[in-house]
Design a protein around this ligand. Sequence first.
Ligand code: NAP
Ligand code: GLV
Length: 306
Amino acid sequence: MNITICFTGLSSEPWVQGLQQAFPQATVSSWVPGAPQADHAIVWAPPQAFIDEQPGLQTLFNIGAGVDALLQLRLPANLKVVRLDDAGMSVQMAEYVCHAVIRHYREFDGYEADTQSGKWSYRKPRNRADFAVGVMGLGVLGQRVAKALQVFDFPVNGYSRSLKNSEGVRCFHGAQGLREFLAATRVLVNLMPLTPETENILNHATLSQLPKGGYLINVARGKHLVEDDLIALIDNGHLAGATLDVFRTEPLPAEHPFWRHPKVTVTPHTSARTLREESIAQIVGKMQALQRGEAINGVVDPQRGY
Ligand code: NAP
Ligand code: GLV
């Protein structure tokens, strides 16, 4: 078996070592132009030249959950694209989202400002029933986030493409379910994949269907959000603010208004990081399953885009 690793902007050496240890008989190497044909590739943002030079590849393992960038490349129709399934990401995402929801709900930013000015003052407790959290995308990450939020007794709504039945979650689906989902949601958490259907889905028309005082947490992809529409809705008082981990341009440009907006919290695409050991273990397990001729999870449907 020949395994190649092609990363842009990341060191591949520890991955080469991890894979070589798991498959001592295999040839494992970092890709360079002109390298021999490989059976499997592990990739992060590979150039088109890599795909074009490796027509014999059977499987392309992406070291992330989202495959939107990969699907922009010209890929052979028979090439199996495999995403990471959780691999330690869902617990990180649950931590991030619960932190952002609770920070907003309990007004910890206000307390922080009071503390800075030496002020001892209380805010009136808010009614949890008024803070339904709507998880948009009930997949590997969204399901875990929904479960984590239930521990704090927030009402939880879920939105997906197909109908879901998830205990304790009020489920909505499809284009017709979106309006009802948004109207019933105070804090919107975006965890959908970026596809032609979902690009720009967080825009003036949809975000204004959240009730007044609504709040956005975007942890999926920057291109889901029309950024100027969000700023306008915060500035006109319809939305209370946002926590954003992903942006149309990353790194977020220094002059971008999100950096200085008092009601916007910015983090650098870090809500759920790829963990190397967990990811190598998962990919190794899938390669072994493929060797045995078994089916594996996480195979991307290029028509759906995720
Ligand atoms: P997933 O398992 O593929 O789940 C996607 C969910 O979105 C599914 O419930 C799916 O519905 C729903 N969905 C897809 N298209 C839809 C549409 N047009 N309308 C309504 N619902 C739709 O993905 P995941 O592993 O949870 O990851 C979600 C995304 O998170 C990734 O694609 C990636 O962009 C992002 N992400 C971000 C970070 C970060 O650090 N910020 C880290 C990891 C992942 P069905 O269930 O009906 O198919
Ligand atoms: C990160 O954003 C991922 O898609 O895994």
